[in-house]
Design a protein around this ligand. Structure first.
Ligand code: ADP
Ligand code: MG
Length: 335
C-alpha cells in the first residue's frame, strides 16, 4: 500500500486540478463535460467541452456537474473523474496502482455533500481517499504556516463559493462560506446587460468581460470593451460598448456580500488572534482573487494588509498535494 501513488485533487466548481508530488500540476481543466443526450456518452471534457457551452447542436449538452463547490450531478461527476484518473495515470505511468487521493471539500459543505465527494473519487478508481478542508489546502498551497498557533486568514473566491476562514494550528478557528463567487459575477453581468441594453449575451462573453474590464468598487481609470449579443427587441446581432464603471454597477451587490463575509469572519476572530490578523493580514486566493483592483479595494475596506497568493488558481491543488506528505506519515504510523 505504501508504494501506491499519491495525488491531490482540487475538485473545483470551475476548474479541476490534479497535483502529484513528483510532477507538480499534471492536469488543469475546466469542470465541464459535453454529453450526447441521445447516447448519454461523454463526448468531450475540460477546455474542449467549455468551448462548446452555448454553441452546440441540440443533442450535445455542455454540463458543469459541480455547483456551489459541491456535486450537483453525481453520475456525470463520476464519469468526469474517471476520465481524469485515466489521463492522470497515463501522465504519471501509474496504470497498475490505484492512487491514494487527497481531495478538498468546501468548509461550508454538509456531511452528505462531503461523503458524495469521497464516494465519487473512490468509484473513479482511487485507493484511499482523504478529505481536507479547502481553505486549509489553500493556505498550505500558499506556504502559510498553518500548523503554528498563528492566525492565517484565507479568502478563497472560486467559481461557486467564497470561503473565508481563520486557520490556526492546523484547523479552522472561524469561517464563513457564501454561495457567491465568479459564476455569480458572470450572471450579474448577463442580467445587467440584458436590463440596460436589452441585449442577450452568453456565459463565456460575460466571463471574458469580467476578466478584462471587471473591477472592484474602487476609483480607477475607466476601460471599456465592445461586446456582441442578440438584441432582444429586433432579434438581431448587435455590438455595444461596456465600461468598467458599468461592470462595477453590475457586480456591486455580490462584491459587497463577499466583503460582508470577510468582515463577519474577522469579527468572530478570537481576541488572542486579532494581533496576528492585524500584522499578517488576509490572503486572497481562488480565481476571483485576480479581479482587477480587488486587493486594493479590500485593503481600504477592512484596514488590514491584503495579499494575493502567488498562483491563486493553483493554491488549493498545490496544498492538497503537499498535505499528502503528512498523510503518508500518518499511514505509515498507523501500520
Ligand atoms: P473553483 O475553485 O470553484 O474551481 P477557481 O479558483 O478555479 O474556482 O476560480 C474560477 C473563477 O475565477 C471563475 O469564475 C473565473 O471566471 C474566475 N477568474 C479567473 N481569472 C479571473 C480574472 N483574471 N479576473 C476575475 N475572475 C477570474
Ligand atoms: Mg477552489
Amino acid at each position: 500500500m505504501f508504494n501506491s501513488t499519491e495525488i491531490g485533487i482540487d475538485l473545483g466548481t470551475a476548474n479541476i486540478l490534479v497535483y502529484s508530488k513528483s510532477k507538480g500540476i499534471v492536469l488543469n481543466e475546466p469542470s465541464v463535460v459535453a454529453i450526447d443526450i441521445n447516447t448519454k456518452k461523454v463526448v468531450a471534457l475540460g477546455s474542449e467541452a467549455k468551448r462548446m457551452i452555448g454553441r452546440t447542436p441540440d443533442n450535445i449538452e455542455a454540463i458543469r456537474p459541480l455547483k456551489d463547490g459541491v456535486i450537483a450531478d453525481y453520475d456525470i461527476t463520476t464519469s468526469l473523474l474517471k476520465m481524469i484518473m485515466k489521463i492522470t495515470s497515463r501522465k504519471l505511468g501509474m496504470s497498475f496502482k490505484k492512487p491514494n487521493v487527497v481531495v478538498c471539500a468546501p468548509s461550508g459543505a454538509t456531511s452528505v455533500e462531503k461523503r458524495a465527494i469521497q464516494d465519487a473519487i473512490r468509484s473513479s478508481g482511487a485507493n484511499q481517499v482523504f478529505l481536507i478542508e479547502e481553505p486549509v489546502a489553500a493556505a498550505i498551497g500558499a506556504d502559510l504556516p498553518v500548523d503554528e498557533p498563528i492566525a492565517n486568514v484565507v479568502v478563497d473566491i472560486g467559481g461557486g463559493t467564497t470561503e473565508v476562514a481563520i486557520i490556526s494550528f492546523g484547523g479552522i478557528v472561524s469561517c464563513h462560506s457564501i454561495r457567491i463567487g465568479g459564476d455569480q459575477f458572470d450572471d450579474d453581468i448577463i442580467q445587467y446587460v440584458r436590463k440596460k441594453y436589452n441585449l442577450l449575451i452568453g456565459e463565456r462573453t460575460a466571463e471574458e468581460m469580467k476578466m478584462e474590464i471587471g473591477y472592484s468598487l474602487l476609483k480607477h481609470d475607466e476601460v471599456s470593451m465592445n461586446i456582441r449579443g442578440r438584441d432582444l427587441v429586433t432579434g438581431l446581432p448587435k455590438t455595444i460598448t461596456v465600461s468598467s464603471y458599468e461592470m462595477q454597477e453590475a457586480m456591486r451587490d455580490s462584491l459587497l456580500q463577499i466583503l460582508e463575509a470577510i468582515r463577519a469572519t474577522l469579527e468572530a476572530c478570537p481576541p488572542e488572534l486579532i494581533g496576528d490578523v492585524v500584522d499578517r493580514g488576509v490572503l486572497l486566493t481562488g480565481g476571483g482573487a485576480l479581479l482587477n483592483g480587488l486587493q486594493e479595494w479590500l485593503r481600504e475596506e477592512i484596514v488590514v494588509p491584503v495579499h494575493v497568493a502567488p498562483n491563486p488558481l493553483e493554491s488549493v491543488a498545490i496544498g492538497t498535494g503537499k498535505s499528502l506528505t503528512v498523510i503518508n506519515k500518518l499511514l505509515k504510523a498507523a501500520k
